[in-house]
Ligand binder design. Structure first.
Ligand SMILES: Nc1nc2c(ncn2[C@@H]2O[C@H](COP(=O)(O)OP(=O)(O)OP(=O)(O)O)[C@@H](O)[C@H]2O)c(=O)[nH]1
Ligand SMILES: [Mg+2]
Length: 389
């Protein structure tokens, strides 16, 4: 059986304990946001949250991340609540993870592993699956250093026998080989995508890309604007694949609009690396549509997380329109108006992707922007200011 055939971590209902750990200076609203997001991630992965605990930590314990007292407290919570899983809000080293599992007697995962699990469950297409498997194996590789349990994490196929260096070496070699193979496939995908995008560019087709925090409403907006059929759900990371659809703007005007994978604060590096291929649409788009969940209590943090990733992907230099979505649910309109003012002169507007009648201003704006799209395939940026995400 090859690694790709192993069952991915699946949607079982596991009873989980969430452990929020923060540096001492993190303000309460930030730690609340993190624990809220971790809860949503754990639920999306299929876990039931039974209890949670948090701690501000000055010195990270090299062996167990948290100190001995906290480990004892976790052990009592695990015993009292009949739990299956402990989820840490910060990334654990392979050693910390193993030590914690030994002391608590149940599986311990960190935020990266949780996100990888969601991606594994949501990957549908061949491209998506390749990217997720690559990220998983890169995460797994440094965790192969001891104990068979590490190997069984990915699905239980390998790692059923007792520990043994020889077997470990074999596994490491197989994983390295598989990583090489997948990376090659990914490079081929990148090449094909690039060729397609260049061809469109040469034909003078304007392209826009929807980016934004996970669950902001990107797929809903694509569906409403273009009658696409992309899955939109109240879940994190519903979309992993880029879907591109034609958006007709009045007579003989057409724009290609792409949906993308959602962003999150501290996106795990193996995932960012693997999803760079998908996110190349950002680099080559003429226009960025940044979709913001305007009803989120953490709107600033979420916009900043997207801005950070856009800087990494080169999207900050592109003309950008900011779309404040979910206007129907917004409680504090003031925060949104302040953000809009701050973004000026970059254009922004409010709408509800679920209410068709609110979409017209966006369509009008795109139509007016499209008028300045020259046949040479260049946006005249006179009316569009770069940046502003
Ligand atoms: N109330 C309200 N809900 C909305 C609106 N737009 C989207 N939603 C809901 O928000 C949830 C997430 O929407 P998606 O379109 O899947 O969000 P996304 O940005 O594509 O999310 P990912 O693909 O997970 O990154 C869904 O349950 C939508 O129905 C809106 O304007 N108002
Ligand atoms: Mg989506």
């Amino acid at each position: 059986m090859s690694l790709s055939e192993l069952p991915q971590s699946s949607a079982r209902t596991e009873r989980a304990l969430l452990v929020g750990v923060y540096p001492p200076h993190v303000p309460p609203e930030r730690s609340d946001q993190q624990i809220g997001e971790l809860t949503k991630l754990a639920e999306t992965a299929g876990a039931e949250i039974e209890c949670f605990t948090r701690q501000h930590i000055r010195d990270i314990h090299p062996a167990t991340y948290v100190g001995r007292g906290k480990v004892d407290e976790l052990r009592s919570l695990v015993g009292e609540n009949d739990l299956d899983l402990v989820v840490f809000s910060r990334d654990l080293s392979p050693v910390q993870q193993r030590n914690l599992e030994d002391r608590l007697g149940i599986r311990v995962i960190d935020r990266t592993e949780l996100i990888l699990d969601i991606f594994a469950q949501h990957a549908q297409t061949r491209d998506g699956k390749i990217q997720v498997e690559l990220a998983q194996l890169r995460y797994l590789r440094p965790r192969l250093t001891g104990g068979r349990r590490d190997l069984s994490r990915l699905g239980g196929g390998i790692g059923t026998r007792g520990p043994g260096e020889t077997q470990l070496e074999v596994d490491r070699r197989r994983i390295n080989k598989r990583i090489e193979h997948l990376a090659k496939d990914l490079r081929a995908i990148e090449r094909t995508n690039r060729i397609q995008r260049r061809a469109r560019h040469r034909r003078g087709v304007a392209t826009a890309v929807l980016v934004g925090y996970t669950n902001a409403g990107k797929s809903t907006l694509l569906n409403r604007l273009t009658s696409a059929n992309v899955v939109a759900r109240d879940q994190l990371f519903s979309t992993l694949d880029t879907t591109t659809r034609k958006l007709y703007l009045g007579e003989r005007k057409m724009l290609l609009l792409s949906d993308t994978v959602g962003f999150i604060t501290d996106l795990p590096e193996p995932l960012l690396a693997a999803f760079r291929a998908t996110l190349e649409v950002v680099e080559e788009a003429d226009l960025i549509l940044h979709v913001v969940d305007a009803s989120s209590p953490h709107i600033d943090l979420e916009m900043e997380a997207v801005a950070g990733l856009m800087r990494e992907l080169g999207g900050d230099k592109k003309p950008t329109v900011t779309v404040f979505n979910k206007w129907d649910c917004v409680k504090s309109k003031q925060a949104v108006y302040a953000a809009m003012e701050w973004l000026e002169p970059s254009p922004s507007l409010v709408l509800s992707a679920t209410q068709d009648r609110t979409l017209q201003p966006l369509i009008d704006l795109l139509e007016s922007l499209f008028e300045v799209y020259s046949p040479q395939g260049q946006w005249e940026t006179a009316r569009l200011v770069a940046g502003g995400v």
